[in-house]
Ligand binder design. Structure first.
Ligand SMILES: CC(C)(COP(=O)(O)OP(=O)(O)OC[C@H]1O[C@@H](n2cnc3c(N)ncnc32)[C@H](O)[C@@H]1OP(=O)(O)O)[C@@H](O)C(=O)NCCC(=O)NCCS
Length: 178
């Protein structure tokens, strides 16, 4: 039996969080760092289980993205992954359905994420738009461009007007800015 659940980090047990971290470590094949984990927690998780075993995950955490002189309340998607032997069955789509519902109903102005190449069709197919303008990060010493991320940042506007060719600046955090 397959079931999907949404829960805040605070509602997950240590064993459930360990299962999420294990899934992410495996799905990203050793390329999932402690900082990536730090980015994944503190918000709402969507968890897909098959017969009680975790097979897919994604989370939505709040960030502030600066655009057009505004600090937009942003639901930022992190830690989307499906167990390797359970891919192409719609599990990532189910995770995104759940996170987008939180995004739309959670008073956010914008959805955003940094897409891995292999996940671009997933997001683009759901109406997420690639950001066309320059990306940047607000560091403790000022705004710095993140040219290596240009093209991989996707947004889902939820009730705010955006200029996709303008600058988009994310808040500061350890590890990958986007
Ligand atoms: C990217 C990733 C999350 C996709 O997960 P997934 O569960 O395979 O995604 P879905 O099944 O929802 O959708 C993927 C494709 O399967 C198709 N699909 C969905 N249900 C299907 C089904 N029942 N049968 C066959 N194909 C199906 C979808 O149409 C989609 O096709 P497309 O890519 O050609 O548009 C997964 O490959 C993964 O975990 N990769 C490693 C980690 C990673 O890169 N994460 C993304 C970080 S941004």
């Amino acid at each position: 039996m397959t079931d999907i659940r949404t829960a805040h980090t605070s509602e997950l047990t240590a064993a459930e969080l360990f299962a999420v971290r294990t899934l992410l470590n495996d799905a990203f094949e050793g390329d999932f760092t402690d900082e990536d984990w730090d980015h994944t927690v503190g918000g709402m998780h969507a968890l897909v289980r098959e017969d009680g075993e975790l097979v897919a995950h994604g989370s939505l955490v709040q960030r502030r993205l600066l655009h057009g002189g505004r600090a937009l309340r942003t639901g930022y998607v992190e830690g989307v992954a499906v167990r390797a032997d359970r891919r192409r069955r719609g599990h990532a789509s189910a995770v995104m359905d759940a996170l987008e519902r939180v995004l739309r109903e959670g008073c956010y102005e914008l959805g955003a994420l940094g897409a891995a190449d292999e996940a671009v069709p997933l997001y683009a197919g759901r109406g997420w738009k690639p950001w066309r303008g320059p990306s940047a990060v607000l560091t403790p010493t000022g705004i710095e461009r993140t040219p290596e991320e240009d093209g991989s940042v996707f947004v889902l506007p939820v009730g705010t007007k955006l200029d996709l060719d303008g600058e988009l600046v994310c808040d500061w955090r350890p590890g990958d800015a986007w």
